[in-house]
Ligand binder design. Structure first.
Ligand code: SF4
Length: 418
């Protein structure tokens, strides 16, 4: 049994002049996600597979036989109009792996700076230094931000930001170690592969050494952003200032090799095509075969507002749902597929729980990146709202920590400011 804090202990953190009291959290035994954990739990699809699309029938046979899908299968899934048939298959796999469980966590986003040397066309968050709207948090400010809205005892800080031209690597090491000492029970999921590669370049260190120092400072895992679409053709249009796809994959490989788990993302719904999406999924699947270091795949719907690509239309519900389903079917070695409610709206994320997704993300508290790009979802959601969404989808809510260990709250958490 892993006990993060002792029963009955109430921990306090001094942040500025405020004192925050965080109620304790008890974790149950950890069941690692590996090939065994992917075995059958029980499948509850209530009717047999049916479709008039002849391309989908052989794919369904493969899915039922637990055979790996190939590139042609993945393309056929993207091009199929019968979303219910595609969803049936994805739901079959999802229930085989997780039964009715649907995961969420209680987390908080921290974006230490939006100053960024890159100028990705996909982005509405990054700002040039000293331009209107740019900000960089002093360390104390970041610690205060972490503590604010701390009413539900978060189990995770999700920390990402821009590529700042002047902040030294030591700032990020101090940020992480400062958070870890103030909030020792909170998992620090920090820095995209793009940020790690940039910090390495600025510090004149290898990526492996950069990751090692970040881990030593307290980074527990990596969030998996910045993957966008790996294909060069697309990357040149949407984010040509970033590391390329193979550098992203190499950085993830190095993180996994030193024991840091990560997620992986894909930004869809802009200038990519079906082949680009399939290529992206296949590259992730191949790396996962090698490292088994990915936990969750998170398809991110592109939000064009306030970006250099704002002439593009927003994604549709059909594409959002299909992206979840195809991801579940192709990424047979990824334990989890997340329907990130901030990106696809809570309503679509809820439906996605029956189309292959087993995770709906967390409370978030204060999301900036997609709201700068026009997201109209709330900036955060309460734990009880997430539970209601999941229950109404006919699923069983399971609060998890970042490593998918179930969290059981034994009392209502609280905040006291003095
Ligand atoms: S997407 Fe990231 S790297 Fe690109 S401009 Fe925005 S913050 Fe900078």
């Amino acid at each position: 049994m892993v006990m993060v804090s002792k029963e009955g202990v109430v921990r306090s953190h001094l942040v500025g002049r405020k004192v925050y009291f965080v109620s304790f959290v008890v974790f149950t035994p950890f069941v690692p996600h590996n090939s065994t954990a992917l075995s059958s739990i029980g499948v509850t699809n209530s009717h047999p597979f049916q479709t008039d699309d002849v391309r989908l029938k052989p794919i369904a046979e493969k899915v039922l036989a637990r055979e790996r899908l190939n590139t042609d299968d993945a393309l056929a899934l993207y091009r199929a109009g019968d979303i219910l048939a595609v969803g049936w298959m994805a739901n079959h796999v999802r229930e085989r792996m997780h039964g009715d469980k649907a995961y969420f966590n209680v987390n908080r986003h921290i974006n230490p700076t939006n100053v960024c040397v890159a100028a990705c066309r996909l982005c509405a968050f990054g700002r040039k230094k000293d331009t209107p709207g740019s900000y960089t948090m002093a360390l104390e400010e970041a610690f205060e931000t972490a503590a604010s809205g701390y009413s539900e005892a978060v189990t995770e800080f999700h920390i990402v930001g821009g590529l700042h031209p002047d902040l030294p690597f030591q700032y990020f090491l101090d940020l992480i170690s400062g958070l870890k000492s103030r909030f020792p029970q909170v998992h620090l999921k920090a820095f995209t592969m793009v940020e790690v590669a940039y910090l390495a370049k600025r510090a004149k260190l290898s990526i492996a050494e950069t990751l090692r120092q970040l881990k030593e400072a307290g980074v527990d895992s990596l969030p998996g952003g910045g993957a966008e679409i790996f294909a060069d053709r697309v990357r040149h249009v949407i984010c040509d200032h970033k590391i390329d796809g193979s550098e992203w994959l190499d950085t993830a490989r190095l993180a996994h090799q030193i024991g840091l788990k990560s997620n992986a993302t894909m930004l869809y719904g802009h200038v990519e095509n079906d082949e680009d999406r399939v290529d992206h999924l296949m590259k992730l699947r191949s790396l996962q075969d090698e490292t088994n270091g990915f936990q969750t795949f998170i398809p991110l719907a592109f939000h064009p507002d306030n970006t250099a690509l704002q002439h593009l239309p927003k994604t549709t519900g059909m594409l959002d749902i299909k992206q979840i389903a195809v991801s579940r079917l192709v990424l047979d070695n990824f334990p989890h597929i997340k329907a990130y409610w901030q990106m696809m709206t809570a309503k679509i994320a809820q439906i996605a729980l029956r189309f292959g997704a087993d995770d709906i993300d967390g409370t978030v508290v204060e999301e900036k990146i997609y709201h700068d790009a026009g997201a109209t979802t709330p900036q955060g959601m309460r734990r009880q709202d997430l539970i209601r969404l999941i229950k109404e989808a006919g699923r069983e809510p399971v609060e998890r920590d970042t490593l998918y260990r179930p969290v059981m709250r034994t009392e209502t958490s609280f905040t006291v400011a003095v």
